[in-house]
Design a protein around this ligand. Structure first.
Ligand SMILES: [Zn+2]
Length: 104
């Protein structure tokens, strides 16, 4: 399964788009200067027609956001397990002196 390519039927989840309002003056009157697909979705370079501020918006598939959230949740669980194993290993660490006394 490729995380970044939702199956055809999954696309009905819709898109999340970052704000198209100018970050400087709040106007929605802007021009798209560039549009390209990247791994997360579609990125658009915009320029405000009022104050000329340039910024980028990104459109991300909601299905992808849900999948990534699930992956992050699983990674958190794995991190907790790794920490548990690390604590067990630290508790089980044997010093050189202990090894020597066992050998002697
Ligand atoms: Zn503006």
């Amino acid at each position: 399964m490729n995380l970044f390519v939702p199956a055809e039927g999954e696309r009905k989840g819709g898109l999340l788009t970052s704000s198209e309002a100018c970050p400087n003056c709040g106007s929605y009157d802007n021009l798209v200067k560039d549009s390209r697909a990247d791994t997360l979705g579609r990125r658009r370079r915009r320029r405000c027609n009022i104050c000329r501020t340039a910024w980028s918006t990104i459109e991300v598939d909601k299905v992808l956001v849900k999948r990534l959230a699930a992956v992050v949740g699983r990674l958190d669980e794995v991190a907790v397990q790794i920490n548990g194993i690390r604590e067990l290993l630290q508790a089980a660490t044997v010093t050189d002196e202990e090894v020597e006394s066992e050998e002697g």
